[in-house]
Design a protein around this ligand. Structure first.
Ligand code: FSO
Ligand code: SF4
Length: 527
């Protein structure tokens, strides 16, 4: 196998051999490549159109399925490949019947990309991994009934480009366009989420689990949480979020359910330890699923594109009965149990979306002008297991009292239980803006501040300290670059798929840099 799409890739260069670091085996990796090649064949067959209906669904679902820690299942991958192939045959039946095929509408062999010259491989990887990430966001919007023609069309354009022998001159503009289109995609998802569940408002969440039956729900899909809340109400079962589901507590239409109690555990990479002795079932709605250990695998359930062999999957009918029965059978804890975050804190906060922060924009602007707020740090992104990620905890701990830390995505678990006190009007110094897709909200806040101060975003007292792990981080990074944001500090390592020439381009044009030490970076940022 060859895979280097995530941050934990073996030796910081690529997973090869029989099993990747994430637990994905070589057969699954080959099927993910085959699925992607089939999708390229599908868009060759559709031609340059805005995909709709089944074609759009297959593209989005097919790309999302290949994200890190989503599917480990050969059977579901084969079924999806079959569906894509059937759709292509429907579109170009003549090609399937042709005695001497010309190959124009054929599936594409991804090994061409992996063995190409390193710069072409790098640019095509940015495109492929970026659209995989964007597909996750498009998927969450799609299940809420939202699509966007620009986003849908870009999937076709990008997939088609992957199958062409194009040079850097044609591929680099597509990489940059991806950042632009992903902004549209995140905006669409923001509309879908706030339109469906209301504007998030701040909330403090106790890390206590109450006695009695409960269910843990992980991942990013708010619709699954809503459906689960509906099916469990009045059943004596409490619901706890996990990982990227934490920001759900901020949405009025979700927090109105009294049995949505709190949050269990921390970021995804701790799940094998945290789920080992929990008397409750766990539902995975998206990444990041790790191979479940024997001790708790009978308590793990998946839904949507998440799939693992022999793990019970909740299908499109969204009948959560098996999970509900499991929760009742296990019964939960006998008495309330207080948990803590990584730093020993007993509560966390969330719900500081752009709606909340911009509602106090006047106060924030006055505080910057008076010097009460000296600097904003966006410390966010994905968490992961690699040593060196303590940097983010130490960085936040060392920020001066007159600074604000905006955060989002799962890396916040490194510091979201810290009490760093409050700043102007009682706002906490650490504000959780939401999931990784809520980077859109951070961008909105940055643009609003720049407008208020009549300057460029790069001239604001704002620094971005990002951590990356999987492919959603790729599309978000490209969006930040599209907006011309410079001086981003990225860690804990740089992507293996960025070739020295492509890195040179990013450094020269955007001054992107790898994190060093908290002391060094803070000194350089605050001058
Ligand atoms: Fe984390 Fe996983 Fe949101 Fe990612 S849970 S690592 S960027 O999938 O999606 O932040
Ligand atoms: Fe390796 Fe990451 Fe690919 Fe898994 S997803 S095989 S860990 S590079």
């Amino acid at each position: 196998m060859f895979c280097f799409q995530c941050e934990q890739t073996a030796g910081c260069s690529g997973c090869t051999g029989k099993v990747g670091v994430c637990g994905k085996n070589a057969d699954v990796a080959a099927l993910q490549d085959k699925l992607t090649g089939e999708l390229i064949g599908l868009v060759r067959a559709t031609g340059d159109v805005v995909p709709t209906g089944n074609v759009l669904k297959l593209i989005i679902e097919g790309l999302f399925t290949t994200l890190t820690n989503v599917s480990f299942n050969e059977q579901t991958l084969n079924e999806l490949i079959e569906k894509v192939c059937t759709e292509r045959e429907r579109l170009v039946p003549q090609c399937f019947a042709c005695a001497s095929p010309c190959g124009t509408n054929n599936e594409y062999d991804l090994s061409h990309i992996w063995t190409d010259n390193e710069d072409i491989r790098s640019l095509k990887s940015l495109i492929l991994f970026g659209i995989r990430g964007m597909a996750a966001y498009a998927y969450h919007a799609m299940v809420l009934g939202y699509t966007n023609d620009e986003v849908s069309h870009f999937f076709v354009k990008a997939l088609f480009a992957l199958g062409e022998d194009w040079g850097m001159d044609k591929l680099l503009p597509i990489v940059m366009e991806l950042g632009k289109v992903n902004l549209v995609c995140m905006e669409m998802l923001d509309k879908a989420n706030t339109g469906t569940y209301g504007t998030p408002t701040p909330i403090t969440i106790d890390l206590k689990v109450e006695k009695g039956p409960f269910i843990i729900i992980s991942g990013h899909d708010l619709l699954d949480l809503k459906l689960l809340l509906e099916q469990t109400k009045d059943k004596g079962i409490n619901i706890y979020t996990h990982g990227e589901m934490l920001p759900a507590h901020g949405y009025p239409e979700l927090k109105k359910y009294k049995h949505l109690k709190g949050n269990f555990g921390t970021a995804w990479q701790n799940q094998q330890k945290e789920f080992a002795n929990v008397p409750a079932p766990i539902l995975f709605t998206t990444n990041c699923l790790m191979p479940p250990k024997d001790g708790y695998s009978d308590r793990v359930f998946t839904t949507e594109v998440v799939s693992y062999p022999e793990i019970t999957h909740i299908g499109d009918d969204k009948d959560f009965t098996p999970i509900i029965e499991k929760a009742l059978e296990l019964g939960g804890y006998d008495e309330d149990k207080q948990f803590t975050g990584i730093n020993g804190g007993t509560s966390v906060t969330t719900g500081f979306g752009h709606g909340t922060i911009l509602s106090v924009a006047d106060k924030v602007i006055d505080a910057v002008k008076s010097g009460a707020i000296k600097h904003f740090f966006l410390v966010g992104g994905c968490d992961g297991a690699r040593v060196g990620r303590n940097y983010y905890t130490d960085f936040v701990k060392q920020t001066p009292d007159d600074t604000i830390i905006l955060t989002l995505a799962c890396s916040k678990y490194r510091f979201n239980d810290l009490d760093l006190g409050t700043i102007i009007g009682g706002l906490p110094r650490i504000m959780d803006m939401g999931q990784c897709n809520d980077a859109y909200g951070a961008i909105k806040v940055a643009i609003a501040l720049a407008e208020a101060f009549e300057c460029e975003v790069n001239e604001l007292p704002l620094s971005m300290i990002l951590s990356w792990y999987e492919q959603k981080a790729v599309c978000i990074l490209l969006t930040l670059l599209h907006l011309g944001i410079k001086n981003i500090r990225l860690g804990p390592t740089l992507p293996a798929f960025i070739s020295p020439n492509v890195l040179g381009y990013l450094v020269e044009n955007y001054n992107i840099a790898k994190i060093t030490t908290p002391e060094e970076d803070l000194k350089n940022i605050l001058g």
